[in-house]
Write a protein that binds this ligand. Sequence first.
Ligand code: SAH
Length: 213
Amino acid sequence: MVDMRRNRERMVREQIEARGVTDPRVLAAMRKVPRHRFVQEALRLQSYEDHPLPIGYGQTISQPYIVAHMSEKLEAAPGMSVLEIGTGSGFQAAVLSEMGLDVYSVERIRELHFATQSLLRELRYYRIRLKLDDGTMGWPEMGPFDRIIVTAGGPTIPEPLVHQLADPGVLLIPVGKNKRMQQLVRIRKQDGDVTLEKLGGVAFVDLVGTHGW
Ligand code: SAH
């Protein structure tokens, strides 16, 4: 029996702390969420390695470092509401939930939505709310959101998401005309102003929808 907690501890030290992530809530959440449960059984041993992994339907669970990096760049505090676009495996949603956030997450692929819904129940993440829909339209009935995180890359910033962002609020999204490579963009809403900041290159699967590809 492989000790997954040891793998996880090593992952946090060597991939996340070593690269400069310091937010204690992010580090604690990355230590707590059982990442190996969010991939298919045959890939469990690889789940703590330094790369993304396939989760079916042409989609991936993000690299551990990217999940931690984005969670830190959200500048979130417990009790805030966060909308995630691209539930996928549910791993990022579980990390945000462990950070004390009120998580709403939208996925467009039916099979992933239902599989992740039952996994999150089994792991007792009862407070994460999931929706099967085109997330580029946001989740208007539940907004505005203090934080929004998009975990798929689109050609532009979906207008409905900026609209559903609270003031003050922070929105993180990979954006780029090139499908294999995006800029991680942070949008800040403050006193009615919207400002944009580039945080560096990332590579995400396609954001597909009305305001996506
Ligand atoms: N956060 C996920 C990453 C999954 S990959 C995790 O932790 O595992 C990105 C996901 O975004 C895929 O599952 C893909 O189907 C989904 N996606 C792409 N476009 C979408 C859209 N318009 N609305 C909702 N989900 C979308």
